[in-house]
Design a binder for this molecule. Structure first.
Ligand code: ZN
Length: 253
């Protein structure tokens, strides 16, 4: 057996014996779906565009037109993306009672598309927009239709400016984060996948789990600051790792 197989077998064993397993996912799981990881140094859009200029709450308020120009450039990769083997494996784990929920930092809606049901989207979801004045939620289709006619989208209800319902830098996290943190308090296993565990407060869920008595497993291409707290750290590409996990747990179709 290769060492990757040993490690994935250990992950399968952790899942089999857990009673309340959760996954924590980040940008690394969606790169195989063609969505660039904005924080990765090589592919990083952030190396070309300073996020402080466009993707902050402050910048959105100051210059929403500039924000929307940036946002519209990001949109095609989100709209075209389809779930990959990692999203599908997580959905099958839930279906088979081996996973109780997913906390995701991704805004790409791919966990839903893959069939997962219990999801905490702690950084929002690009499929929705929210009115910054009255808080009313709008669908992305309505936002796009407005953007075709006028340069800034406004709320039908109150005329307030619409913002994609995603958490910008410097913005408060939604209520779902508190719910996710409470769920981690009940978990006996937390599997972090494709996240560098560097963006807070979400990254803090990993040490919260480990110090709260849950087992922590980390699957990521690069080392993370919490590998030393993990009972299992797999540094390998996610696609082959998840395909192997599906085979070991007989989740393939
Ligand atoms: Zn409104």
């Amino acid at each position: 057996m290769s060492s990757l197989e040993d490690k994935v077998e250990r992950l399968a064993e952790l899942l089999r014996r857990s009673r309340h397993a959760l996954a924590l996912t980040g940008a690394g799981i969606s790169t195989d779906s063609g969505i660039p990881d904005f924080r990765s140094p090589e592919s990083g859009l952030w190396s070309k565009i300073d996020p402080r200029e466009v993707a902050t709450w402050e910048a959105f308020r100051r210059n929403p037109r500039k924000f929307y120009r940036f946002w519209m450039e990001r949109l095609p990769s989100l709209l075209q993306a389809r779930p990959n083997v990692t999203h599908i494996t997580l959905a099958r784990l839930e279906e088979n009672g081996l996973l109780q929920g997913i906390i995701t930092q991704n805004i790409d809606n791919l966990h839903r598309e893959a069939g997962s049901n219990r999801i905490w989207e702690v950084h929002g979801n690009y499929k929705r927009a929210v009115c910054i004045a009255c808080g009313r939620s709008h669908r992305i289709e309505a936002l796009l239709a407005k953007l075709e006619e006028v340069d800034l989208p406004h709320c039908n209800g109150c005329g307030g400016l619409l913002k994609p319902d995603v958490v910008l830098f410097g913005e408060q996290l939604p209520q779902s984060f508190a719910q996710a943190a409470a769920a981690v308090g009940r978990a006996d296993l937390l599997i972090a996948l494709g996240t560098s565990l560097e963006v807070y407060p979400v990254a803090g869920l990993a040490p919260q789990a480990a110090t709260g008595g849950a087992e922590l497993a980390i699957i990521n291409r690069d080392p993370t600051p919490y590998d030393h707290l993990a009972c299992l750290a797999i540094r390998a590409p996610l696609g082959p790792t998840m395909a192997l996990l599906q085979r070991l747990l007989r989740l393939e179709r």
